[in-house]
Write a protein that binds this ligand. Structure first.
Ligand SMILES: C[S@@+](CC[C@H](N)C(=O)[O-])C[C@H]1O[C@@H](n2cnc3c(N)ncnc32)[C@H](O)[C@@H]1O
Length: 216
């Protein structure tokens, strides 16, 4: 890679308020597909992942709205944001009074984006840049999982891991706009919000973003 992930994120995004969560600002890309092409060129990898980190996804937006309405879900607690992307859920949890927040993502541009976004919001988010799904769940009080159900392989791995965490006494909140691989039977719906996504990849500009809890 010619430039650092941090410099790349800064070059290709604008710091903008998040639709529906204007108290949070993120480094967002106005259009994802040209940025995806830039990622492919930068990494020399035609199969590079979409720049998920440059959007506020519907699932994360729903979790952010829920935490604004229900800060008691995270206030004073240790939060782990699985599949963090931009860090939106971790940052929203800190706005709601979380004691500490960690964002985990496998994408090194996401790791840079989480740090930049945390700083832009005058917050600190610890970053884990590895696949944690083959490991024990972390020692935290709450796991947030925003928009994790868009591909089958990831969905198959996330649910058992979240269940294991729940059996260990960790609260689990999932945010999702009705993605194909969401196992709705596994969850209890807590709230629904109309969210406006910023991406040019979605079929609709507004979506119902639902927040679910994983039952004990
Ligand atoms: C659709 S984005 C959601 C981002 C954010 N939670 C939100 O709602 O805006 C999904 C994210 O999951 C990340 N991801 C995919 N597989 C992962 C894994 N095994 N562990 C952690 N993150 C993963 C991707 O890199 C991507 O950033």
């Amino acid at each position: 890679m010619a430039t650092s992930p941090r410099a790349f994120v800064l070059r290709h995004t604008q710091l903008l308020p998040v639709p529906g969560l204007e108290e949070i600002r993120l480094h967002l890309a106005p259009e994802v597909l040209p940025l995806w092409r830039a990622v492919q060129v930068e990494t020399g990898d035609a199969d590079a992942s979409l720049p998920y980190w440059a959007c506020a996804w519907a699932g994360g937006l729903a979790i952010g709205r829920y935490l604004r309405e229900h800060p008691e879900a995270v206030a004073g607690r240790r939060v782990f944001d699985l599949a963090s992307g931009s860090g939106l859920c971790a940052i929203a949890s800190l706005h709601a009074g979380a004691a500490e927040a960690t964002g985990a993502d496998i994408d090194h541009f996401a790791a840079a984006a989480i740090e930049l976004n945390a700083r832009a919001n005058r917050r600190r988010v610890a970053v884990v840049r590895r696949d944690v799904l083959d490991q024990e769940p972390p020692d935290v009080d709450v796991i947030l999982a925003g928009d994790c159900w868009y591909e089958s392989r990831l969905a198959e791995r996330v649910l058992p891991w979240l269940r294991l965490a729940r059996r260990r006494g960790i609260d689990v909140l999932v945010g999702d706009p009705g993605r194909r691989y969401l196992p709705t039977d596994a969850f209890v719906e807590l709230a629904s919000y109309e969210v406006r996504t910023t991406t040019d990849l979605e079929d609709l500009e507004r979506k119902p973003g639902r927040v679910y809890a994983l039952d004990a």
